[in-house]
Design a protein around this ligand. Structure first.
Ligand SMILES: NC(=O)c1ccc[n+]([C@@H]2O[C@H](COP(=O)([O-])OP(=O)(O)OC[C@H]3O[C@@H](n4cnc5c(N)ncnc54)[C@H](O)[C@@H]3O)[C@@H](O)[C@H]2O)c1
Ligand SMILES: Nc1ncnc2c1ncn2[C@@H]1O[C@H](COP(=O)(O)OP(=O)(O)OP(=O)(O)O)[C@@H](O)[C@H]1O
Length: 309
């Protein structure tokens, strides 16, 4: 089972054949019941040991309530939902070498691999070891400056945002020990390459090929219109502080709120020691996924709908 990238971290042993799985399922999806019944019957037929776990709904302190599945001895996690489902699975298995395979029954499914239409055929191949693992950079976040430090983790992004505060926030950022700048903005996104196609992209950040060892720092609606996204080496820690004059802000990781921020806090973001192993079918080409999911045309064949007469 080859690795897609040449990871800085040593590859882990994944059995050539999958004998046991955790199925992590988002039951709020329209098609989830039908898919669950079909998937269970299929896995039973293949004599695959299964543990079924459901996603948790959005709620206060979700980040801390997710429960830890790191000790699972399964050979693979099958996350059935959309990108949010795969993100929640990654949180619950963080640090674990068990690869996560996304089955898309959601809308975008950017980081998923298997489609609901092809589920039996594609899963048969995966169970026989016909898949690759992409080792995805994750980040760790630490808020210090209060009595008790708060720690977070993300596969996509850490976001310092004004939240419900109607005023702009002022954020001082430094990279390594070097000052970057002070942003006056709605927020600041620190994204991994995986997260580069999520909020960061919507805020004007670059798309980063998923196995690059970099992080991006992207302001949300900066008042200085010349502020742009910065791509930095993933070994460099990022330090962020709210300016003394800034209004309140909060910190979110992968779309979950983890703490309110004060200007006495220092937020440190650095690459996590263990990457997240995500399983893909070998023929999946990241750039095709980009073109398809982001609806790029570029074929020059389609005429504009309202051409000149
Ligand atoms: N304006 C925005 O684009 C915006 C705003 C808030 C949060 N987000 C993103 O939502 C993520 C959390 O996801 P969720 O599903 O829990 O929230 P959600 O339900 O708000 O969904 C956010 C959307 O982002 C997509 N998405 C998530 N990860 C992606 C990735 N790596 N590449 C491409 N698209 C991706 C999802 O498919 C979904 O359509 C956060 O990490 C953040 O990046 C985006
Ligand atoms: N048990 C649950 N009850 C209610 N809502 C849930 C539950 N589990 C997850 N959710 C919601 O589903 C969302 C995740 O759905 P999903 O996996 O489809 O991601 P998505 O971000 O909508 O991705 P996509 O665009 O690929 O469909 C979460 O943001 C959360 O709001």
């Amino acid at each position: 089972m080859p690795l897609v990238n040449s990871p800085a971290n040593p590859s882990h042993a994944v059995p050539a054949k999958i004998g046991s799985v955790v199925v992590f399922i988002n039951r709020t999806k329209t098609d989830s019941q039908r898919i669950a019944v079909a998937l269970k019957a299929f896995l039973d037929r293949k004599k695959i040991r299964q543990e079924w776990v459901e996603t948790l709904p959005p709620q206060r302190n979700l980040f801390r309530k997710m429960g830890d599945l790191r000790e699972s001895k399964a050979d693979m996690v099958i996350a059935v939902g959309g990108d949010g489902t795969l993100l929640q699975a990654a949180h619950r298995f963080r640090g674990s070498p068990v690869p996560i395979l996304g089955v898309n029954i959601g809308y975008l499914g950017f980081i998923t691999s298997v489609t609901s239409e092809g589920i039996r055929r594609q899963l048969s191949r995966v169970l026989n070891g016909d898949f690759v693992v992409s080792e995805r950079t994750a980040i760790e976040v630490l808020i210090s400056g209060e009595k008790k430090a708060v720690a977070g983790w993300a596969l996509n992004d850490a976001i310092i945002t004004r939240g419900s505060n109607p005023h702009m926030i002022s954020v001082n950022a430094s990279i390594g020990k070097r000052r970057l700048t002070k942003y006056r903005c709605d927020g600041l996104i620190i994204a991994t390459p995986t997260g580069s196609t999520a909020y960061s992209l919507a805020a004007g950040g670059p798309i980063i090929s998923p196995e690059c060892s970099v992080l991006t720092v992207t302001p949300i609606c900066p008042q200085a219109l010349t502020n742009r996204s910065v791509v930095i080496d993933s070994t460099e820690p990022i330090e962020i502080r709210l300016d003394r004059a800034s209004g309140p802000a909060e910190l979110q990781v992968d779309g979950m709120r983890i703490a309110k921020l004060e200007n006495t806090h220092t937020i440190t973001v650095k690459t996590a020691s263990a990457p997240v192993p995500i399983a893909f079918l070998p023929e999946i080409n990241y750039y095709d996924v980009l073109a398809e999911k982001l609806q790029w045309r570029g074929d020059g064949l389609s005429k504009p709908k309202y051409g000149h007469s």
